[in-house]
Design a protein around this ligand. Structure first.
Ligand code: TMP
Ligand code: MG
Length: 287
């Protein structure tokens, strides 16, 4: 194996030779032809830490002191209903799609009743259990140093994920985020979310109105895509011309039930791997 990290016990591949070929092709184009497209929640952020589930962007707001106990309970109930649906391999994306719209619509409506203040978000993130995957510093630093664009495409909350990355000191100019951004009134109180709602299964051209970004980097036809659901597989749809795309999937939960689906969808599947070791190993080889 050209990448020692691929020997880790957490790595599964349907077709190791194809992966080998893809990595060689990426290496040939070096950093000049490369761009990285990544999901945020449970991809760049950790799924588990010390046996405990880590929060998503939404969970960070839900668990904060900005939210009443009553509302927190309602948001938890929604999570307990819809999260199992989101990751259920027995349901098709077509079946899940309207249910995800329901989840995001209900959750955002609840958040908007809470008079959330923009100036409280920083503290909420500081006090949260937010955790990026091990190796995140190397990941962000190497992309920055090599001037490789990182496109974060998240159905989470843009304000929160930016704050997490900023507090880590890693929100560099090579990072571009498309996500659900909060909309505040003149007094800095949450009144809604900007633009079209992004949920698990519409991360594709339907919400990528700003194609200018991909036009500007059209010479970067080699892509590394990182995700944790099958909804993340369409995140590179906006790329103007793809020569080689390597898809790395984090399989965090319901591992047995989802392994087959993930192996069919992602080139590299990482089972309960809370690190960015594989991405870092590949980046080191390419750049
Ligand atoms: P991602 O696209 O960055 O992974 O973010 C989407 C995740 O947000 C998705 O997997 C489920 C999660 N989520 C919550 O935790 N609470 C919520 O209220 C909603 C709407 C989504
Ligand atoms: Mg995710």
């Amino acid at each position: 194996m050209i990448i020692p990290e691929l020997g880790k016990a957490t790595v599964r591949m349907r077709d190791p030779e194809k992966v080998q070929g893809l990595i060689k092709a990426l290496q040939k184009g070096r950093e000049k032809k490369l761009q990285v497209i990544s999901d945020f929640d449970m991809t760049l952020s950790r799924f588990r830490f010390n046996g405990e589930r880590c929060p998503t962007c939404h969970n960070i707001v839900d668990n904060s002191s900005m939210i009443s106990e009553d509302c927190r309970k309602k948001l938890k109930d929604l999570f307990n209903i819809y999260y199992p649906i989101e990751i259920d391999p027995a349901k098709t994306i077509k079946e899940k799609y309207p249910l995800m719209v329901e989840w995001w619509t209900k959750a955002h409506a609840l958040l908007c009743e809470q008079k959330i203040r923009k100036d409280k978000l920083q503290q909420a993130v500081k006090e949260s259990q937010a955790k990026l995957r091990d190796g995140f510093e190397q990941f962000f630093n190497s992309l920055h140093r090599n001037e490789v664009p990182l496109f974060i495409f998240s159905a989470g909350i843009g304000d929160i994920l930016e704050e997490i990355i900023s507090q880590a000191g890693l929100f560099f100019p090579n990072v571009k985020v498309v996500s659900n951004y909060m909309d505040f009134d003149d007094n800095g109180v949450l009144i809604g979310f900007k633009g079209e709602m992004i949920h698990t299964f519409n991360k594709d051209n339907s919400v990528l109105r700003d194609t200018e970004y991909f036009k500007q980097i059209s010479e970067r036809s080699n892509v590394i895509l990182l995700g944790d659901t099958v909804g993340d597989l369409t995140m590179a749809d906006g790329v103007t011309s793809v020569e080689n795309i390597l898809k790395i999937g984090f399989l965090n939960d319901k591992v047995e039930e989802q392994t087959e689906l993930f192996l069919q969808s992602y080139d590299i599947v990482l089972i309960k791997d809370e690190t960015l070791d594989i991405a870092n190993g590949i980046l080191q080889y390419i750049t």
